[in-house]
Design a protein around this ligand. Structure first.
Ligand code: ADE
Length: 223
């Protein structure tokens, strides 16, 4: 999979993409992430990518031309399955969406900024708008990193044990059951006996029951 991210803050991705599983996924060739500085596609002297809104109002608006130039350059090099714009009024990201995106080959994520973006970009070049939650961030970079992370870990081979993604919360429509590790008794706080029993079938049944119970309590709308 290839992910192209268009942003005015490419440095913001150094943290999330250069550690742990996402770093290894790139090293192993499961995903290529390409960061594009939007200012490089501005044709004006000062490399401005924003301007005042027509009709007045507070804040600056991301200009159409640099975004168009960048998207057109990328599209001239390969075909894209999705061109995503990060926006608080987009479709909410969930596990199903992450699963669907993980099946694609090439995607672009355009990070939103300022008061917004020239509507003509959204209408003509964006195939999908995604929000990571009902709150407003200072920009789309963190949202883009979260979208990419949730998608990359689902690409087959990225997680060592493929079943570990399959048993994620949400993946099977249930949240995860509780987990424990050594010691079995910490100052009187005990791990459920069943997990120490060695009966694989009974343990799996217990985990499933716990997952159902937790889903009822915490995410009843999922059932
Ligand atoms: N940009 C600002 N807030 C956002 C959000 N909640 N989701 C996606 N992009 C955003």
């Amino acid at each position: 999979m290839r992910i192209d991210i268009i942003t005015i803050f490419p440095e913001m991705f150094e943290g999330p993409f250069n550690h742990s599983i996402i770093k290894r996924a790139q090293q192993k060739g499961h995903v290529e992430i390409h960061l594009h500085q939007l200012r490089d596609f501005a044709n004006n002297k000062h490399k401005n990518v924003d301007d005042a809104p027509f009709g007045g109002g507070a804040g600056m608006v991301m200009m159409i031309e640099p975004v168009y130039n960048c998207i057109m350059k990328l599209k001239s090099e390969r075909t894209y399955d999705a061109i995503i714009y990060t926006s608080p009024d987009g479709n909410l990201l969930d596990q199903k969406k992450a699963n669907n995106l993980s099946l694609l080959t090439n995607i672009i994520i355009l990070c939103g900024h300022y008061k917004g973006i020239d509507e003509r970009i959204r209408e003509n070049y964006i195939t999908e708008e995604i929000s990571i939650g009902n709150y407003v961030l200072t920009g789309g970079e963190l949202a883009a990193a979260i979208i990419a992370d949730s998608v990359i870990r689902l690409i087959p081979g990225v997680l060592n044990d493929e079943t570990s993604a399959l048993s994620d919360s949400f993946q099977d429509g249930l949240v995860s059951p509780p987990t424990y590790t050594r010691p079995a008794d910490f100052m009187g706080l005990k791990v459920p006996e069943i997990l120490l029993s060695g009966h694989e079938k009974m343990i799996n049944n217990w985990k499933h029951e716990q997952a159902v119970e937790r889903t009822k309590q915490r995410r009843p709308e999922m059932l």
